[in-house]
Design a binder for this molecule. Sequence first.
Ligand SMILES: Cc1ncc(COP(=O)(O)O)c(C=O)c1O
Length: 358
Amino acid sequence: MRLINIGGGEPEYDTPSNIIEAMKQAMEDGYTHYGDFRHIPELREAVAAKYKRYGVDVDPELVIITPGSTMGIYMAYKALMKPGEEFIVMDPCFFGYFLAVKEQGIKPVPVPRSGDDWSFNIEDVYKATTDKTRAVLICSPDNPTGAVLSQKELKELAEYSVEKDVKIISDDIYDEILYDGAKFKSIAALPGMKERTIILNGLSKTYAMTGWRVGYIIPPDKETYDMLFSLQMSTYLVLNQALQYASLEALTGPQDSVKKMVEGYREKREYVVDAWNDMPKVSITKPKGAFYAFPDLSGYGLSSAKMAEYIKKEANVAITPGRLFGAQGEGHIRNSFAQSMDDLSEGLTRIKAALSKL
Ligand SMILES: Cc1ncc(COP(=O)(O)O)c(C=O)c1O
């Protein structure tokens, strides 16, 4: 039985051909040098134009291009926090948010998503706040829950941010992957919030460009920009020039391939949610965005790590244990539907058979 991996956040689609062509062309045109360390102005302008469509007035001069948003997360932490300081995360949340904390000596403080549809209660954010809290990290649409923050949640967070003088880190990497008419809203578009929000985004998910390593940060002000730029100059220096032109093509070229990929994810979401609902003792909240299903398998009485181990051993299917995403993720598993329909259908059939033996 071959191993099927339906756990990872890796799109099955190839990078759209117009982006690949732009990369080839740029290399042939000799764009193989350092170039401007602030990156090409057209790329920074394309980022600003994208956020203008979300109602955020971004100065292209203050856009930082990063080698992926993983680097963006690391840099945002460094720019906003000193060792011993804290930031609030929603529990569950992307496990990547925990990777840099030990090294930087900062502390993530979880706030449970205690409401329906993985929503959170603003009172819990206030309760988790101490004199060391510097930021709240949000991600909408979310990995792993697929939750999309409501306008009410965004407004409450904005009020909190002003009242407590705490910054918002907004990870928007799934902003284009939404279903059933859900719309992406940036907290930075709310009055007074642009100066309080550090925006993280990247091309990995929207354009199936995980291996290309392109992301960006929109800092709240020049002071934060200067800190980020200094971090950039002391680490990766600059992204290669051809990659910048390919990224420009991704952001400003035809977007029909994005629509097609999102339509593919939408179809697979229906399939995957139905398949989990069809298994006894399983419950699932239908994701509103991103490409993850996060079913609750606690009815089987195993920890998420033991469940992942069992599914791997019994069905040779790799899924991601929910506990990796925080304490509230215990009992759940993450199943990415960015994978191929063949793998999803074979993998879920095997899982169903394995669960029936428990
Ligand atoms: C919520 C979230 N943020 C950031 C990332 C990192 O993406 P990249 O470093 O490829 O831009 C991921 C990848 O899975 C993610 O799910």
